[in-house]
Design a protein around this ligand. Sequence first.
Ligand code: RIB
Length: 300
Amino acid sequence: MNAPKIVVIGSINMDLVTSSPRFPQPGETLLGTGFNQYMGGKGANQAVAAARLGAHVSLIGAVGADHFGQVLLDNLKKERVNTDAVRIIQDQPSGLANITVAEGDNHIVVVSGANFSLTPSDVEQEEQRIASADVVMAQLETPLDTVIASAKLAKKHGKPFILNPAPAQKLPQELVALTGLLTPNAYELAISLGLSENLTPEEMLQQSPCQVVMTLGSKGALFTDESGAQHRQPSFKVTPVDTTGAGDTFNGALAVFLNQGLHEAVKKACAAAALSVTRPGAQSGMPVYKELAAFLKQAV
Ligand code: RIB
């Protein structure tokens, strides 16, 4: 495989994960069954997913000058993610995610901390990195202005810009116009573009002004090609243990295999995401290239 260069602009969080037999009701106290601390953040997760699959990855992000910040940075380096463009913010804590895993699903509350200190000028300083990338990607756990600055630089240098619009928020027209590929789930697409949640996924894609790859969880993915025609990629059957980070694995893999054409990239992204949910934690389940290739071979 020709290893692509990928620049990720995004968040870096410490995930504090509680396992529970079910989700608590408001006001209820539940006895949980376990607690773990994992490396997370949508930006870091996407960067690690892509690096594990063999890409050369740089992350533009921010952590606090605290213990978690150091642990998060060490982990990224161990995963072969270039952290030269990760800022250390003195007066903010590192990003934290409070995650409950139950009933085969998760609830996540993110406290952004240092991630929200990442400015447009931090990204502009890394213009050369973006200019020499094959793919640029971002999510919405850093300030919107910073995401827009990233999309503008990707456009200026003719690089594909993948935007994973999570956590969901209404996107400004300007950002939609700058986005090459939008990678939401159905809920995120409705919120991002102000569409009715009652539309079918196919109807939502028809009404989208940009190219979309919509993740459908256990139903795979639905996507539009450059001509606007819709295609469906079925999911790969696995027994899920923890779905945290499945979308991030999908996005990382999509970026890595984009140069093989969208159909192949979406298929491999679905396979990588399926593998990722078979192990706990956002990053621990992400496959390396060999595992993905072996999984795809036996899945045919
Ligand atoms: O997508 C999963 C990620 O969302 C977690 O790792 C958590 O940190 C939040 O950013």
